[in-house]
Write a protein that binds this ligand. Structure first.
Ligand SMILES: *Cc1c(COP(=O)(O)O)cnc(C)c1O
Length: 340
C-alpha cells in the first residue's frame, strides 16, 4: 500500500530504532532524562526561545499552551477551520473553559481588520481576549504557508493590545522550508509555538512546546496535570532529536512529490486541485469527475493507494518520509490509467 493518508503514518527508521535502544535515560519528572534534556535544549535553540518542553502529542502541546495562556471564561481568537477548533475534541473548552472565537480566514490568514475588530474591549459584559491563535502550515487549506510578513503583522497587532500569540506549528518546518524562512524568524513573531516531531520529521511520538522560561515552567505543571509527565521518555525523545537534526531539509522532497501529484491530478483526471501546493498536502475536489470523495477513496484503495476524505467531494493526499519518488511515479501511473 502507498499510504498518503497523513504524514503521521511513518514508521521509525532502523537508525531511529537503534537510537531508541541506546538512548541514555533517567526520570524526566525529576528532570533527569539526559536525552529529553538534550532534545529540549536543541529545540529551544533552534526556535530562538528560552525553553522547550516535550509533549506526547500536538494536541497535548496545544492544550497545555491554552491552559497556560488563559483562564476559564476568556476567549481565544482562532480561524474557523483550525485544527484546534475542528479536531481536538473541544478539549480547550472542556478542560480549559475557554470560549473559541472562530473567525473566517483565507488560507489560514484571518484578515487583520477582522482580527482587530474581534479583540474585546473593556465592557463588563465581554469575555477577555486572552490569546490569538495561528496555524502554520494550514492543514484545511492544503498545507498553505502563512507568510512571515502576515505573521509579523498579527504579532504587531497583538503586541499593541498586549495579547499573546500562539502558533500551532504542527507542520511549521514544512512552512519554513516551503518559504525559505527559518523557524526562528517565525518564532520571533509568536510567544509560543507547538510543533510535531511525529509528522514530517518521521519520529514515532511527540511534539514540542517552546516559549520563555516562566511560561514553560507553568506549562510543565499543566502537562503534569494532563498526565504527560513521563519517566524514562528519552527512548521516545531520541528519534525526535534525530528527526530535528537530520529531517528538516529533506521536507523539500515531500513538497516536490506533492507538486508532482497535483500536476498528475490536473493532467490525467477531471478533478481539481483546490489550493496551490506549497508544502506536502494536496487537496483534491472530485466533483467534476461525478464521483464522491468516498468513491475516490475506494477507487484508489483498489489500486493500492490510501488517502483520506476531507469533505463529501474533497480528498487529501499527504506526502512524507516513507514515500519515495518511485511511489509517486506509481501513483501517477495509476492516475493516468484510471478511467474516470
Ligand atoms: C496533527 C496536528 C495537530 C495535533 O497533533 P497530534 O500529535 O496528532 O495530537 C495539531 N495541529 C495541527 C495543525 C495538526 O496537523
Amino acid at each position: 500500500m502507498i499510504d498518503l493518508r497523513s504524514d503521521t503514518v511513518t514508521k521509525p527508521t532502523a537508525e531511529m530504532r537503534q537510537l531508541m535502544a541506546e538512548a541514555i535515560v533517567g526520570d524526566d519528572v525529576y528532570g533527569e532524562d539526559p536525552t529529553i534534556n538534550e532534545l529540549e535544549s536543541y529545540a529551544a535553540n533552534l526556535f530562538g526561545k528560552e525553553k522547550a518542553l516535550f509533549m506526547t502529542s500536538g494536541t497535548q502541546g496545544n492544550i497545555a499552551a491554552i491552559l497556560t495562556h488563559t483562564r476559564p471564561g476568556q476567549e481565544v481568537i482562532m480561524d474557523d477551520e483550525s485544527h484546534v477548533f475542528l479536531y481536538e475534541g473541544a478539549g480547550a473548552s472542556a478542560f480549559g473553559g475557554i470560549q473559541p472565537r472562530a473567525l473566517r480566514h483565507n488560507r489560514g490568514q484571518i484578515p487583520i481588520d477582522d482580527l482587530e475588530k474581534a479583540i474585546r474591549g473593556k465592557d463588563i459584559h465581554f469575555p477577555e481576549t486572552a490569546l490569538i491563535w495561528l496555524e502554520n502550515s494550514h492543514n484545511r487549506s492544503g498545507g498553505s504557508i502563512l507568510p512571515l510578513s502576515y505573521v509579523r503583522e498579527v504579532h504587531e497587532l497583538a503586541k499593541a493590545y498586549n495579547i499573546p500569540v500562539h502558533v500551532d506549528g504542527a507542520r511549521i518546518f514544512n512552512a519554513a522550508v516551503g518559504s525559505n524562512t527559518s523557524v526562528k524568524e517565525y518564532a520571533q513573531c509568536a510567544d509560543t509555538v507547538q510543533f510535531c516531531l511525529s509528522k514530517g520529521l518521521g519520529a514515532p511520538v511527540g511534539s514540542i512546546l517552546v516559549g520563555n522560561e516562566t511560561f514553560i515552567a507553568h506549562a510543565r505543571k499543566k502537562r503534569k496535570m494532563l498526565g504527560g509527565g513521563l519517566r524514562q521518555s528519552g527512548v521516545i525523545a531520541a528519534p525526535g532529536l534525530h528527526g530535528l537534526k537530520t529531517g528538516i531539509h529533506r521536507l523539500a522532497e515531500d513538497h516536490e512529490h506533492a507538486k508532482m501529484l497535483a500536476k498528475a491530478v490536473e493532467d490525467f483526471t477531471p478533478c481539481e486541485v483546490i489550493h496551490p501546493v506549497e508544502t506536502n498536502i494536496v487537496l483534491i475536489d472530485t466533483k467534476e469527475s461525478g464521483k464522491s470523495a468516498s468513491e475516490w477513496l475506494a477507487l484508489l484503495n483498489e489500486k493500492g493507494v490510501l488517502a483520506v476524505a476531507f469533505a463529501p467531494t474533497i480528498i487529501r493526499l499527504t506526502t512524507h518520509l516513507d514515500i519515495s519518488k518511485d511511489d509517486i511515479q506509481s501513483v501517477i501511473t495509476i492516475l493516468k490509467k484510471l478511467d474516470v
